[in-house]
Ligand binder design. Structure first.
Ligand code: NAD
Ligand code: TDX
Length: 340
């Protein structure tokens, strides 16, 4: 099988490539990634020389570059490529539409024209909007995205659906909850808090810190996508989540306790505009129909993740370059009372 993985140099995409190459050593993997700030080929050093792995630096919205890859033959597409950070989508919405909507459409067109056997769209629970105190997101929950990020992901999802209904493209959409684990860019909550706490820096918590996310260890997301590629029923949406709802404050205090750092580092800052209060996934469809089960529980997964960041300080220190520092000032300068 020849698998085109887009966005394979990012957090989940690189974990997925490492996972799939271990599970199916004879699959051919083409990793297409434009290497934005979030793409890092260092994550894939261990497979670089493998003859079954190829990297192509290209933008999914670049029709010619996409066509050139499909001309070489593609069986299955797994589309991870996206602008993925909600806060950045508030600062700069346009690139989210370019990649997450237009880029997805370019990939869909090529998939239709070259007749792939499956197109898997890696989406997010954020397309459903926010939950109140009760209830869970199911696959039939109405889409009600609240951020430019989630709206652009919902736009991509709707195009995937339309290409299935209109052109008969064989598709699946997966909607996963918050991932954590190795290689996550230190702008996202868990690696941000670990890296800042290790440097004894203040820890910005939006609003009252009681927003809830449903956390899943990244390898469990990869195993779910593996099942969807091989067994997912054409045209279906699958929600993925491990029933691990936690408040942000709980996440932060757990990390501080594990690192032996004081809670006085916590700094409550201005809330994220449009901040979704709670996410919670009902994973019963993928569990019952495809037999998926997460292998990691949150308590062990978070400890493994903290250990990984402790052992890979070089990895995240290198990332914290000029561009990262610029973003941090733009995002947190005023919130943390620092000059902009
Ligand atoms: P990430 O930001 O770490 O990685 C995104 C990757 O896509 C990067 O390597 C980047 O270089 C690449 N990319 C961006 N724009 C591109 C373009 N135009 N063309 C080609 N490559 C491009 O993101 P992630 O956290 O790994 O998320 C991967 C996917 O999973 C996204 O589609 C995201 O919406 C979805 N998702 C993420 C989470 C999560 O918790 N991180 C949860 C559910 C779903
Ligand atoms: O500095 C911070 N302070 C803070 O309180 C940051 C970066 C986040 N938060 C809060 C906001 C959220 O309630 O922590 C929670 C998690 O925030 P993020 O890590 O930014 O993730 P989230 O906005 O929930 O989105 C993530 O999960 C779904 C991914 O970034 C998305 O790509 C995915 O679709």
């Amino acid at each position: 099988m020849k698998l085109l993985v887009t966005g394979g140099a990012g957090f989940i995409g690189s974990n997925f490539i490492l996972y799939i190459m271990q599970q199916y050593p004879d699959y051919q993997i083409v990793n297409m990634d434009s290497l934005t700030y979030a793409g890092n080929l260092e994550n894939l050093k261990s497979v670089e020389g493998n003859p079954n792995y190829t990297f192509v630096q290209a933008d999914i919205a670049d029709k010619q570059a996409v066509d050139a890859i499909f001309q070489q033959g593609v069986d299955v597409v797994v589309n991870f490529a996206a602008e993925s950070h909600v806060d950045r989508s508030i600062l700069e919405p346009e690139i989210f539409v370019n990649t997450n909507v237009l880029g997805t459409q370019v990939l869909l067109d090529a998939s239709k024209n070259y007749g792939v056997t499956k197109f898997v769209q890696v989406s997010t629970d954020e397309v459903y909007g926010t939950l109140g105190e009760t209830g869970l997101f199911s696959e039939t929950t109405l889409l009600a995205p609240n951020s430019p990020y989630s709206a652009s992901k919902a736009g991509g999802d709707l195009l995937v659906r339309a290409y299935h209904e209109t052109f008969g493209l064989p598709v699946n959409i997966t909607r996963c909850s918050n991932n954590y684990g190795p290689y996550q860019f230190p702008e996202k909550l868990i690696p941000l808090i670990i890296s800042r706490a290790l440097n004894d820096e203040s820890l910005p918590i939006y609003g009252d810190g009681l927003n809830i996310r449903d956390w899943l260890y990244v390898e469990d997301h990869c195993s779910a996508i593996d099942l969807v590629i091989h067994q997912g029923k054409i045209g279906e949406v699958y929600n993925i989540g491990g029933n691990n709802e936690r408040t942000n404050l709980h996440i932060v205090t757990t990390i501080l306790e594990e690192l032996g750092k004081p809670e006085s580092l916590i700094t409550f800052v201005a809330d994220r505009p449009g901040h979704d209060r709670r996410y919670g996934i009902d994973p019963s469809k993928i569990t019952n129909e495809l037999g998926w089960k997460p292998r990691h529980n949150f308590e062990t997964g978070i400890k493994e993740t903290i250990r990984w960041y402790l052992n890979h300080k070089d990895w995240w220190t290198r990332i914290q370059s000029g561009a990262y520092r610029e973003y941090m000032t733009q995002q947190y300068g005023k919130r943390l009372g620092e000059p902009e």
